[in-house]
Design a protein around this ligand. Sequence first.
Ligand SMILES: [Zn+2]
Length: 310
Amino acid sequence: MKPLRVLRRVLGLVALRLAPLLIAVPALAHSVPLRVAPPAMVATPAATPVPPTPLPATPTPAPPVPTPALRYALGDAAPYLPILMYHYIREVDPEADPLGFRLSVRPERFAEQLAWLREHGYVGLRMREVAACLRSNNCPRRAVALTFDDGYADNVTAALPLLRRYGFPATFYIVTGFVGREGYMDWADLALLRDSGMELGAHTVSHVDLAALDLEAARYEIHASREALEERLGIEVFSFSYPAGSYTPAVARLIREAGFTSAVTATPGDRLERLDALPRRRVLGGETLEGYRWYFVPPARLGFRGGQNP
Ligand SMILES: [Zn+2]
């Protein structure tokens, strides 16, 4: 949790606790200048002193501020909630760019997928909502989280119009150091996502492998990416995505200390065990609608083990 946020929460809490006291204070406030007035004024008993409004008999001291201990470990009862990972929504020639093809879903396919989700009664959740409903164990029965990594330009030109048409929110994890670069969204694009009800999450400043960095450098990547989004867009950022899904227990601790309510990896898994390492299913380029249905069945039930896509 960054100091500013802690301070804000502390001040908010203190203000709440002190509100009843403050109501009683105006009378006191008036008496203060009289006390410090020059002696001549004190000698002239001009005004009958107004008896100060008594303070509450036993002014209860402000209780200690509870440390907002977010719970990250989920019980065994956590339901399976498919969190899908996308990168590009675009046409790519698989022969010319095999890697790009794997990371890209054609706009028509994406539209088909959204139509399928709508037909089957799925509720789209932003990652902030996923964290909240998993924590309180009240997620909708047919929930799905659509997530996009890296902040590619087609997220706003191709994905956003389709998400709006079919009524699904999504979470976009942004590499803040890449914003405005060729092929990436700029700040105006991100503001449009924000204004369209999409969630923006952090994905570091420079898309580094956090597991390979020393902790200070990792801390910078985590905090600076969130601060850039918060300051440039006037939002609060709650969700994080590990670049390439790579993290260590120490990196996950940084995420918890920073107060993110969730962090996602890039590996599939049906066990939602921890909010600081939620598994995701990568939607493969060229995926058929038949294959897409599989993402909604826990991998174990299909006989697949973690680390593999069907
Ligand atoms: Zn990425």
